[in-house]
Design a protein around this ligand. Structure first.
Ligand code: PMP
Length: 421
């Protein structure tokens, strides 16, 4: 084969080996062109919920293509988008009555930020300051990077990023510091919105915090008229044990971003849900108050059909039971590491489990990720540690035996940290 022309995402082509070519996906597995089966322990970047190529979603895509392809969504509508919007409003926390479609998690966040500023401008009380939680991640477009953690990943783009107010991550025992910091930055009534990943900060290291903190943040926000944007791009669709993570805090955010598992992970689609107050602020005979956002593939009908099939699966298959069973298995299986001196912070929220491999120096830390990844891949496991954080975020169809194999390999992988393997 001639040299590949593909420039891969988050990939240092100078040091990484050529990637295996995947020819087929099936349930919890990826199959390479030469027939190797790889257990997808990260749900292909957290998108696949039920399993790869769920028959119902594949069938919905096939049927949709009999009658529709892309249709411009300004000035026109279509049945898959209408039905999906109603279904999302019915499923989401109460009060999120409007659905704005886009095509990735990052764009759903850009939409949320623009809705926020549009809202305050249109009600005649402009605010633009965004508050974020330390270690947050919201995507790789300019706005999404601006509201995310800063580091080597975005240092080159720093001149383009806007300033935000940061509150500390709500680490165990330090929850009050987060709440106090939020109280302080919102006191002057000028903060437009808090954007936060509910319960689990994903790319920041699968950092987990209790639902009650989220509930408190919402109550503090309400006192100053600050909006809360829940970025449920990763946490939605059962990942944290409930369809949306916000439910566990008993809160309804003002804006909710969803993508990834929205189509069961089969095809790109995103939605930003908003309250009626935010919609009303844009509803006017004055065309200058229009919500000025679009992308070509807004509400792609095939993707909407896939998302409707996903919701059908949630309604008609025992998904809640599968999520509960996987959550139990994760908690049981990771427990073996909770007293293990080679690891720290073994933790679980719903179906997501994570633990930190103890490593010597920080320099070593930057090297350990790729070495761990290669170690797992050689053993037929797709695991993508975040530095020294190993996490297990599998499709809901994964079996107990498959998890045993995975945790057994995590046990072996610890040897890499001491350099003895
Ligand atoms: N928000 C969160 C919480 C995410 O985890 C991600 C992706 N990992 C994004 C936004 C961005 O989504 P996308 O990669 O689809 O743009």
């Amino acid at each position: 084969m001639s040299r590949s022309a593909v420039w891969h995402p988050f990939t240092q082509h100078a040091t990484e080996p050529p990637p295996p070519a995947i020819a087929r996906t099936d349930g919890a597995y990826l199959e390479t062109r030469d027939g190797r089966r790889i257990l997808d322990a990260i749900s292909s970047w957290w998108v696949v919920t039920h399993g790869h190529r769920h028959p119902r979603i594949m069938e919905a895509i096939r049927i949709a293509t009999d009658t529709l392809d892309q249709v411009i969504f300004a000035g026109l509508t279509h049945e898959p988008a209408e039905q999906l919007a109603s279904a999302l409003v019915a499923m989401a926390p109460a009060g999120l009555d409007w659905v704005f479609y886009s095509d990735s998690g990052s764009t759903s966040v850009e939409v949320a930020l623009k809705m926020t500023l549009g809202y305050f401008r249109n009600i005649g009380a402009p605010r633009s300051r965004i508050v974020v939680m330390e270690h947050g991640y919201h995507g790789d477009t300019i706005g999404a990077m601006s509201v995310g953690a800063r580091g080597v990943f975005n240092a080159a783009y720093e001149p383009l990023l806007f300033e935000v107010d940061r509150i500390p991550f709500s680490a165990a025992g330090r929850e009050q510091a987060t709440l106090d910091a939020f109280e302080t930055v919102t006191r002057d009534g000028q903060a437009a919105a808090l954007i936060v990943e509910p319960l689990v900060l994903g790319a920041g290291g699968m950092l987990m915090y209790p639902a009650r903190v989220l509930g408190e943040l919402k109550r503090i926000a309400e006192r100053s008229g600050t909006l809360v944007i829940a970025d449920e791009v990763m946490t939605g669709w059962g990942r944290t044990g409930t369809p949306f993570a916000c439910e566990q805090a008993g809160i309804a955010p003002d804006i909710l971003c969803t993508s990834k598992g929205l189509t069961g992970g089969a095809i790109p689609l995103a939605a930003t849900l908003a309250t009626d107050a935010i919609f009303r602020a844009h509803y006017s005979r004055d065309r200058a108050r229009t919500f000025f956002h679009s992308s070509s593939y807004t509400a792609n009908p095939i993707a909407c059909a896939a998302a409707l099939a996903n919701i059908g699966i949630w309604k008609e298959e025992p998904v809640a039971e599968r999520v509960a069973a996987l959550s139990r298995m994760q908690a049981e299986k990771i427990a073996r590491f909770s007293e293990d001196p080679r690891f720290e912070n073994a933790r679980v929220t719903g179906t997501i489990a994570a633990l930190d491999l103890r490593v010597g120096s920080a320099g070593y830390l930057t090297e350990i990720g790729p070495r761990l990844r290669a170690f797992f891949l050689e053993r037929g496991l797709l695991v993508r540690p975040l530095g020294n954080v190993i996490y297990v975020l599998p499709p809901y169809c994964v079996t107990s035996d498959e998890l045993d194999r995975l945790y057994g390999t995590i046990d072996e992988a610890a040897a890499l940290a001491s350099g003895s393997s």
